[in-house]
Design a protein around this ligand. Structure first.
Ligand SMILES: Cc1ncc(C[n+]2csc(CCOP(=O)(O)OP(=O)(O)O)c2C)c(N)n1
Length: 570
C-alpha cells in the first residue's frame, strides 16, 4: 500500500500505541497536520512548543510510557530545546517530531531552516533527520525503542517536508527497526557480585540511596522485598520519591541539599551505602571530599557511564535495577540493624519539628502548611507536579508520597515553567487521577499561557500557586549568601485569580490558614480546573540547607523556627 510520508507517520504512531500528541503547527510540518486530521490521533494544541515537550514529559512520567511532542521547523523546533534538555537530565522517554525544510534546500538557510539535530545533539539520547518517506516508519519505530530502552531519554526525529509529501510503500513488517546489535558486555563479574553480597551481609550501618531508576525499571516490589529482607533504612533522592512508600518505617525521607538533617547525618555515619538507580548528583552529595567517608559503596545502575563518575564505589552492579535486586535477593541475610535504626531515630529527634499539623493557627500562612494540608486532604494519593524553587522542596518535605509516579518534578535541569504543562500531560496519561500543579509565582508566569490549552481541552486539574512575591529560592540564596541584597527577585505578578477568570477558569485567592482546607476541598469537588493563589509568608526559607559545595553534614538550620515557635503561643 502506497501512502504519503505524513500518513505513514500517523499510522506508525497509532500502531505504536500513541493516543495523544502535544504540538503546534507550522509550514514545514503542515503535511503531517493534514494527515493528523484524517487519523484517530488526538492532537493537543499547546500555546508554546516548550509546553508541548513538558506535556509529553509529564505524560511519560505519569504513565511509564512514551510522550510525543510535535513542532514545525526553525522557531518551533528551537522552542522545544528546554523541554528536551529537561527530559534528558531526568531520563524521561519523550519522542519529538519536528518538520524540516525540504531536502532540496537543506543547508541553504532557507526560511525557518535550523539545524535542530545539531542543536539537540548533546541533549537527546538519539536524533535523526529523515529525508525519504520510505524511512519514516522504521525511523519512528527505532525512536520509540531507543527512547524507552535501557536508560530512557528523549529522541528527536526531524522530517523534511518533501519526505512528508512523497509517497512510499507502507509495510509495517518490513519496517521493523534495524538497530545495531547490543554490544554484549557482562554487566559484572562474579567476583564483583560476591563482593557486593559480602558487603551487604556484613555491614553494621547500611543505608540505601533510592533513586528514580527504581521507578523506571518497575522495581518497586523487588526493592521493597530487598529492603525488608536486609532491614536497610532508605534515603530518597528527589526523583526517587514515591518508589518506596513514605509511610514505611524504614523510609527516612529525602537526602541532599534540602534533605532531612537526620538523613544527611545518617549518610555521613553509614558504613555501607547501597545506591540504587541514582547518580550521585552534586545536590545529593555536597562536597565529594567529605562525602560518606566511612562508607563502602555499592552502585546498582543501568548506565555504565555513571559508575565511578562522581563517587568511587567498591562494587558496581551494572544492570536493570529490578533484575539486579532479584538476583541479589536469595543471597541477602536478614540482619538485626535495630541499634543503627534507633540511632537514626535519635538523630531525627534533634531536628526541626515536621509535624506542623498539631500547631495552632498563628495568623501566618506558610507554604509548608498549604502543602501539608494538601497532602492530608488528598490522603497523599494525588499526582503532584511541581515547578522549581522553594515550593518544590517544601512539596518534597511535606507531601508524603506512598505511590510511584505521583511526584513529577524537574530534578536534573531544574526547569522553571515545567509544572503547568507537565501537569496537563500527566492528566492525559491518567485521566482518572487527581492532578495538582504546585507552582511558584515566578515559574507559573513562564508557561501560564497553557491555561488556554486546559480550557480548549476541557481538562480538570488543580493549580496551587505558592505565591510569595519573590523568586523565592533565589531570594533565599541572596538572604544567606549575599547579605539580603534582593536584586531582581522581588516579583510583580498579575492577580492570578482574575487571570484564571479571564481564561474561563475558576480562581481563588487565599490569605489565611483557616481558608486553606475548605478551599482545597471545594476545588477537589469541582469537575473543572480550579486555580488557587495562596498568598504565603514572603520571606520564609527552606531548611535545612547544605550550601552548594559544602559538606553534607554541614547544614544551615532554621535559626528560630516559626513553625515551632507557634506551638508555644497561647
Ligand atoms: C528557566 C529557569 N530560569 C531560572 C532558574 C533559576 N531559579 C531557580 S529557583 C528560582 C526562583 C523560583 O521562584 P518561584 O517560581 O516564585 O518559586 P519559589 O522559589 O518562590 O517557590 C529561579 C529563578 C530556573 N531554575 N529555571
Amino acid at each position: 500500500m502506497k501512502l504519503p510520508g505524513a500518513e505513514i507517520l500517523c499510522e506508525s504512531l497509532t500502531r505504536l500505541g500513541v493516543r495523544e500528541i502535544f504540538g503546534y503547527p507550522g509550514g514545514a510540518i503542515l503535511p503531517v497536520y493534514d494527515a493528523l486530521g484524517k487519523s484517530k490521533l488526538h492532537h493537543v494544541l499547546v500555546r508554546h512548543e516548550q509546553g508541548a515537550t513538558h506535556m509529553a514529559d509529564g505524560y511519560a512520567r505519569a504513565s511509564g510510557g512514551i510522550g510525543v511532542a510535535m513542532a514545525t521547523s526553525g522557531p518551533g523546533a528551537t522552542n522545544m530545546v528546554t523541554g528536551i534538555a529537561t527530559a534528558m537530565l531526568d531520563s524521561s522517554p519523550v519522542v519529538c517530531i519536528t518538520g524540516q525544510v525540504s531536502s532540496k534546500v537543506l543547508g541553504s538557510d532557507a526560511f525557518q531552516e535550523i539545524d535542530i539535530t545539531g542543536i539537540t545533539m548533546p541533549i537527546t539520547k538519539h536524533n535523526v533527520v529523515v529525508t525519504h518517506a520510505e524511512d519514516i516508519a522504521r525511523t519512528v519505530r527505532e525512536a520509540f525503542l531507543i527512547a524507552n530502552g535501557g536508560r530512557p531519554g528523549p529522541v528527536l526525529v526531524d522530517i523534511t517536508k518533501d519526505a512528508q509529501q512523497a509517497s512510499a510503500e507502507f509495510n509495517w513488517e518490513a519496517s521493523a527497526p534495524k538497530l545495531p546489535p547490543k554490544r554484549q558486555r557482562p554487566n559484572h563479574d562474579q567476583a564483583e557480585f560476591d563482593r557486593a553480597v559480602e558487603l551487604l551481609n556484613t555491614a553494621k550501618r547500611p543505608l540505601i540511596l533510592a533513586g528514580h531508576g527504581i521507578m523506571v525499571s518497575g522495581a518497586m516490589r523487588a526493592f521493597e522485598q530487598f529492603v525488608h529482607t536486609g532491614n536497610y533504612p532508605v534515603a530518597m533522592t528527589l526523583l526517587g520519591i514515591g518508589c518506596f512508600p513514605a509511610n514505611d518505617p524504614l523510609n527516612l525521607g529525602m537526602m541532599g541539599m534540602h534533605g532531612e538533617a537526620w538523613v544527611n547525618n545518617a549518610i555521613q555515619e553509614a558504613d555501607l551505602l547501597i545506591a540504587v538507580g541514582m547518580r550521585f548528583d552534586d545536590r545529593v552529595t555536597g562536597d565529594l571530599r567529605t562525602y560518606a567517608k566511612g562508607a563502602r559503596k555499592i552502585h546498582i545502575e543501568i548506565d555504565r557511564a555513571e559508575i565511578n563518575k562522581n563517587v568511587k564505589v567498591d562494587a558496581a552492579l551494572v544492570g536493570d535495577a529490578r533484575e539486579v535486586l532479584e538476583k541479589l535477593m536469595p543471597h541477602i541475610q536478614t540482619r538485626d540493624h535495630s541499634i543503627w535504626i534507633r540511632h537514626i531515630a535519635e538523630l531525627k529527634g534533634d531536628s526541626a519539628v515536621r509535624d506542623i499539623q498539631t500547631l495552632p493557627d498563628s495568623g501566618h500562612l506558610y507554604a509548608a502548611h498549604v502543602i501539608n494540608d494538601l497532602w492530608k486532604e488528598t490522603r497523599g494519593e494525588a499526582i503532584v507536579v511541581t515547578d522549581v524553587g522553594q515550593h518544590q522542596m517544601w512539596e518534597a518535605q511535606y507531601y508524603h508520597h506512598n505511590l510511584p509516579r505521583t511526584l513529577i518534578t524537574s530534578g536534573g535541569l531544574g526547569t522553571m515553567g515545567f509544572a503547568l504543562p507537565a501537569a496537563i500531560g500527566a492528566k492525559f496519561a491518567k485521566p482518572d487521577s487527581e492532578v495538582w500543579a504546585v507552582v511558584g509565582d515566578g515559574g507559573f508566569q513562564m508557561t501560564m499561557s497553557e491555561l488556554a490549552t486546559i480550557v480548549q481541552e476541557k481538562i480538570n486539574i488543580k493549580i496551587a500557586i505558592i505565591n510569595n512575591g519573590y523568586l523565592g529560592m533565589v531570594r533565599q540564596w541572596q538572604e544567606f549568601f549575599y547579605d539580603k541584597r534582593y536584586v531582581a527577585t522581588p516579583l510583580v505578578a498579575p492577580d492570578f485569580a482574575a487571570l484564571a477568570n479571564a481564561f474561563g477558569i475558576r480562581g481563588e485567592r487565599i490569605t489565611a490558614r483557616a481558608e486553606v482546607i475548605p478551599t482545597i476541598r471545594a476545588a477537589r469537588e469541582s469537575a473543572e480546573t480550579v486555580l488557587i493563589d495562596f498568598r504565603v509568608e514572603q520571606e520564609d526559607s527552606v531548611y535545612p540547607m547544605v550550601a552548594a559545595g559544602a559538606s553534607l553534614h554541614d547544614m544551615i538550620r532554621r535559626p528560630n523556627n516559626p513553625l515551632v515557635e507557634t506551638a508555644s503561643e497561647p
